[in-house]
Ligand binder design. Sequence first.
Ligand code: SF4
Length: 467
Amino acid sequence: MSGRSLLDKVWDAHTVRELPTGQTQLFIGLHLIHEVTSPQAFAMLREMGVPVRFPGRTFATVDHIIPTDRQSRPLADTLAEEMMVALERNCADAGIELFTPDSGKQGIVHVIGPELGLTQPGMTIACGDSHTSTHGAFGAVAFGIGTSQVRDVLATQCLTMARPKVRRIDVTGKLAAGVYAKAVILAIIRRLGVKGGVGYAYEYAGPVLEAMTVEERLTVCNMSIEGGARCGYVNPDDVAIDYLRGRPFAPAGEAFDTAVGWWRSVASDADASYDDRVELDGAALAPSVTWGINPGQSVAVDEELPRLADAPADERPGLAEAFDFMELKAGEPIAGTPIDVAFIGSCTNGRISDLREAARVARTGKVKPGVRTFVVPGSQAVARQAKEEGLDEVFRSAGFDWREAGCSMCLAMNPDKLVGREICASSSNRNFKGRQGSPTGRTLLMSPAMVAAAALKGEVCDVREIL
Ligand code: SF4
């Protein structure tokens, strides 16, 4: 009999019961909530007269609507202030811990979970947010859920889910200098497609993932959902365990050692069987840039944009739509595309290591006049660390706009928005039409270092030439 994957071990350990539908009633170890998808869930609970079942397993933060210029209360945007007040009231009523800006622990939900040690290997994690897959970097099984499921988790701490298949993705070799985790996940999505992961959990493995820091793995797992996967994870190892040691919500003392035993035990067995296996040569990767309107439409920075004639017939309409919207031309290089805005931040790439790499680039020059810039730490803790290291000053001296923590221009639910047809070099995760606040705004996804390089040059360029 072959061994079991992490997905199967964690799934089985959290199964309350199998339902006649073939789905599983799954216990959720950690529930993370924020101001956008939780108010309706709390309202439904109130209507039903049902209390929150395990308030100690739910943690809240404010991230999407929070302004990044001035966060003092009341917030200037009255709707944002109302959402903040609603979250405060709901959390206080239910006894849920909420991380507001006053707490010093506020930040993007997928940044604070790991940095506070809430996210741990072997957990089932749910959050009313697509990019909950991020937490899989520790070997957790983490799902984004909808508002009615947020209600279900609040009421029962359980979800009804279908067990996904597992695709193992081995990334071999060693990444070249200037090639980051963002290039790895963009290459995976380009290869497998934005719907390639439907019905699957992605298990990321191989020498490139093993050599990555937890923060790099968070970037990879974050975008699993962009490849259609239900979740994505990396098997827990010393890297993940060392990261968790001493974190505020991680077990301490003997409890930590006990937890480590469980954490190691959930890693996929060496002889685990998978529903599918894929291999990617990490050594062959160059910095990636998206050129289109979904994260699967990317090229290496030194590559030309695809030609319609080379694409399968069924893909040509989608490519044509993307070229039309982006006003880019098939067969031309992506390097040299002028940008108007540079955004460094988000739950994909708003961590301290991201800011350090971008700052390395920022030290080499000045932002090209006319380029609007946003450097937005993923959390208050990231901002504090960056200030301690003087990174805020590095960015400011180079002409970047240093901001407070939040989602900012990733989704533009706050005042940080593209205007008109602006093109944004962005370290976020979605390049959909209208994603960054202007219905006609255009987004080019890339690593934070690549964004910084584009800001200095005023156009897409190869960060390897600067570093
Ligand atoms: S940074 Fe973007 S993707 Fe991440 S939680 Fe915020 S809005 Fe969602």
